[in-house]
Design a protein around this ligand. Structure first.
Ligand code: NAD
Ligand code: ZN
Length: 434
C-alpha cells in the first residue's frame, strides 16, 4: 500500500464530520458496537375453507410471493383429506392472472400488484406464485427424527426451483410445521414459510411462534432455529378430522397459557370442559383463538422473541414434558406430556411454598375433566426425569429458570428444584393425578 499524499489526507479529513472531530484510526481501533433494529411482519389469518379457490386469506398471504412454491402435507392430514393435493393446486390456479389461468395452472405469468410490501419483501412484483410440487411428509414426531426430512425439504426447494421469493407451504400438525419450517429456513438461507396448522395444538400455540426444529442426540428440539413465518393460515375445519387424543391434547397448551396469563380464560375452560370434550366447535373455537392470541402476544410483544434472555414462561410444564416424550420414545404425545408437566409443576410449586395446595388440586381437576393425563408411571424414575432439568438448563444457555405458578394467572421463575421437593411432588401427584 502506498503512503497517502498530503492531498489525499486533506481529502480524507474533509470527508469526516468536522463537528465530531473524529480521528479515523481511533474509530477503527475502537469496539464496533451498533444496535440495529430489524423489523418483521407476523401475519395470521383465521379463515374457513382456506384452500378454496379465491379464498381471501390465501390470496393475501401469497400476494407478495413470486415464482415456484412447494407444499408439504402431513400424512395424517393427507389420509383424512384425500383430495387435498388437487385442492392446493386449485388454490394456486386461482392466483394465476385471468388471461393465463385457463391455459395452465403452472404458468409463470407476469402480474401487477399494488399492495404495500411486507417488511423486507421486494416491492417489485414479477412472477405469479405457482405450485411446483406437493409432497406428503410423515406426521407426528417421525418427521422430527433427526435431519432426514429437513434435508429433504431443502432439497425439494432446489429440485423445484423455489427461491427466496417463492414459498414453502407446510400443512400439518406442530411436528410437521417444525420440520418443514427448519428445512425452509436453511434452503437459500431462508425461503418464505406459510404455515397451515391442522391440530388444536398447532393452531392454539405452535404455529404462532417463530421457532422450528427437530429432535436429535436423544433430546427434544435439539437442533433448530428462529425463523419468522411469512404467513399463518388457520382453518378450523381441519380440526374436525383430528383424533380425540390430539384434539384434547392441544388444550393442555391452552390451560398452560391461561395459568400463566389469564385467570378468566382458566375459568372459561373450567365451565366449558364438557363442551370441549364433546368437540363443540362453537365453544372451543374462541378458546383456541384466545390461546393463540396470548402465545403470539407474549412472543411478539414480550420483549424477547428470539429468546436471548433466560426467562421462558411459555415453557411452563415443559422441562419434564420434553423428557417424558423422549423417554417414552415419543409414545407420549407432546400435548399429553405437557398436561403431565403442568400437573407436576403445580405440585412442585406447592412443595416450594409458592402455590396453595387447593389451587394445584383445582388445576389437576381441570386437566382430568378435559380427559388429559396428569400422571405417568415414568415420573417415578427420578434420575431419568431429573436429567431433564439439566438438559433444560443447557437449552436455556447455562442459567436455570423454571416458571412455576404462584397463583392462577401468575408465574414466578425458580432457579433450583431440589430432589426432595421433586420426590414429594411426585408422591402427591401419584395420588391426585392417577
Ligand atoms: N415451534 C414451536 O414453537 C412449538 C410449540 C409447541 C409445540 N411444538 C411442537 O409441536 C409438536 C406437537 O404438535 P401437535 O400436537 O400438533 O401434534 P403432531 O404434529 O405430532 O400431530 C399429531 C398427529 O395428528 C395427525 N394430524 C395432524 N393434523 C391432522 C388432521 N387435521 N386430521 C387428522 N390427523 C391429523 C398427524 O399426522 C399426527 O399423527 C411437537 O413436536 C412439539 O414439540 C412446537
Ligand atoms: Zn409445548
Amino acid at each position: 500500500m502506498s503512503a497517502s499524499t498530503p492531498a489525499h489526507s486533506a481529502e480524507r479529513k474533509q470527508n469526516f464530520n468536522p463537528d465530531l472531530n473524529r480521528d479515523v484510526n481511533a474509530e477503527l481501533n475502537s469496539t464496533w458496537s451498533t444496535h440495529s433494529a430489524a423489523t418483521f411482519a407476523h401475519r395470521v389469518w383465521w379463515s374457513n375453507d382456506v384452500l378454496a379457490p379465491g379464498n381471501a386469506a390465501f390470496t393475501a398471504a401469497l400476494e407478495q410471493v413470486h415464482g415456484n412454491c412447494v407444499a408439504f402435507v402431513d400424512s395424517g392430514v393427507a389420509q383424512s383429506w384425500p383430495h387435498l393435493s388437487q385442492k392446493i393446486a386449485g388454490a394456486f390456479a386461482a392466483l394465476q392472472p385471468a388471461a393465463t389461468s385457463s391455459a395452465s395452472q403452472h404458468s409463470s405469468a407476469k402480474v401487477q400488484r399494488n399492495s404495500q410490501p411486507v417488511a423486507g419483501a421486494s416491492p417489485v412484483a414479477t412472477v405469479a406464485p405457482c405450485l411446483a410440487h406437493v409432497e406428503i411428509i410423515p406426521g407426528g414426531e417421525k418427521c422430527k427424527d433427526g435431519l432426514e426430512w429437513v434435508g429433504r425439504v431443502a432439497k425439494l426447494c432446489f429440485d423445484h426451483g423455489v427461491n427466496r421469493h417463492g414459498a414453502v407451504i407446510a400443512i400439518g400438525g406442530g411436528a410437521v410445521l417444525d420440520a418443514v419450517g427448519f428445512g425452509a429456513a436453511i434452503a437459500h438461507r431462508g425461503v418464505r414459510l406459510i404455515r397451515v396448522p391442522t391440530t388444536t395444538l398447532a393452531q392454539d400455540d405452535s404455529a404462532m411462534g417463530v421457532k422450528c426444529g427437530v429432535n436429535m442426540y436423544n433430546q427434544k428440539n435439539a437442533l433448530g432455529c428462529f425463523a419468522v413465518p411469512w404467513a399463518i393460515l388457520c382453518d378450523e375445519q381441519f380440526l374436525t378430522t383430528l383424533s380425540i387424543e390430539h384434539w384434547l391434547g392441544g388444550f393442555s397448551e391452552v390451560v398452560k397459557i391461561a395459568l400463566l396469563k389469564d385467570g378468566l380464560l382458566f375459568e372459561q375452560i373450567e365451565s366449558n370442559a364438557k363442551s370441549i370434550t364433546a368437540r363443540d366447535m362453537k365453544v372451543a373455537a374462541p378458546i383456541l383463538r384466545r390461546s393463540a392470541w396470548l402465545h403470539r402476544e407474549h412472543i411478539l410483544n414480550g420483549g424477547d422473541p428470539f429468546e436471548v434472555g433466560t426467562a421462558r414462561p411459555l415453557d411452563h410444564g415443559h422441562w419434564s414434558a420434553h423428557r417424558l416424550e423422549v423417554l417414552s420414545n415419543f409414545t407420549v404425545a407432546h400435548g399429553h406430556a405437557v398436561s403431565i408437566g403442568i400437573a407436576l409443576d403445580a405440585c412442585l410449586a406447592v412443595e416450594m411454598r409458592l402455590l396453595e395446595a387447593k389451587v394445584a388440586a383445582r388445576i389437576i381437576r381441570l386437566l382430568r375433566s378435559l380427559e388429559l393425563p396428569a400422571w405417568h408411571p415414568m415420573l417415578q424414575s427420578r434420575q431419568e426425569i431429573v436429567a431433564g432439568l439439566e438438559q433444560f438448563r443447557q437449552h436455556l444457555g447455562g442459567n436455570f429458570a423454571i416458571p412455576l405458578l404462584s397463583a392462577i394467572g401468575k408465574s414466578h421463575d425458580v432457579t433450583h428444584i431440589s430432589h426432595e421437593d421433586f420426590e414429594k411432588a411426585t408422591t402427591t401427584l401419584r395420588t391426585l393425578g392417577s
